[in-house]
Write a protein that binds this ligand. Sequence first.
Ligand SMILES: Nc1ncnc2c1ncn2[C@@H]1O[C@H](COP(=O)(O)OP(=O)(O)O)[C@@H](O)[C@H]1O
Ligand SMILES: CC(C)(COP(=O)(O)O)[C@@H](O)C(=O)NCCC(=O)O
Ligand SMILES: [K+]
Length: 259
Amino acid sequence: MSFLAIDIGNTRLKWALYASPQPGSPMLAHGAQFLENIEKLAEHDWARLPATPGSMLGSNVAGDAMRHRVEEQMELWDIEPRWVASSAQAGGVTNGYDHPGRLGADRFVALIGARHHVLARMRGQTPRPALVVMVGTAVTVDALDAEGRFLGGLILPGHGIMLRSLEGGTAGLRVPTGEVREFPTNTSDALTSGGNYAITGAIERMHRHIVKRCGQEPVTLMTGGAGWKVSPALDIPHELIDSLIFDGLLALQAHRLAL
Ligand SMILES: Nc1ncnc2c1ncn2[C@@H]1O[C@H](COP(=O)(O)OP(=O)(O)O)[C@@H](O)[C@H]1O
Ligand SMILES: CC(C)(COP(=O)(O)O)[C@@H](O)C(=O)NCCC(=O)O
Ligand SMILES: [K+]
């Protein structure tokens, strides 16, 4: 029975259809829509799927009104919409947030996906901590220890928000996108490099915090629509995993069915 995974961020909805709700299940189809085009899901993206979803699980950080609009698109099928709420413990992750329910569902699900990747690649050794980076509208930089405890994480503005706030708050910073340079010599490059190094600097900082706390190098996993912009300037070994949130949703759904 096929399974639909949905990740609603503040800019885009990403979806993927899997052959079954099991980690490692083949992806049959996938896509993304900007939130302003949500009404196109039923008539475009989901009109000619290779299989009808038998169940779904989603992560949503874009608010209840957006969730309702997506649920309307799902009326195409006879399935119950289910959405992840961050909790104190799920999918092998213990949530150390002061108020576990206030952790963004996307962060919680990505941590669960990361934990599954860490456990899958142990090969007889003990598990490693993880550093989980999501580069979307905002950037999140989250720490998971070797036991699967979420230690805490950073939230910072994404590229778009940084640039727009600088443009809005100044008279002289309205320029085209530039290149990432170590020593930028024009405004475009200075802005692009500033944003990029703000993000990679925060990641490298959290990497140091994890090594100090856990006494071990973390596995660093990066995801999100703008991960490809950050990855080339990040000086620590890392892996881009586009499907990290979907991997977490698959793990949660498989776990739910096993109960
Ligand atoms: N096709 C693209 N070309 C350039 N940048 C993109 C593209 N798709 C996404 N992005 C970048 O990724 C960000 C959105 O990533 P995404 O992971 O969908 O965010 P969110 O989860 O917050 O909705 C955008 O702000 C943009 O910077
Ligand atoms: C930090 C976020 C805005 C990231 O959203 P995104 O960039 O993926 O659209 C989202 O995870 C969120 O709203 N979190 C709730 C607050 C928190 O995690 O502390
Ligand atoms: K996201």
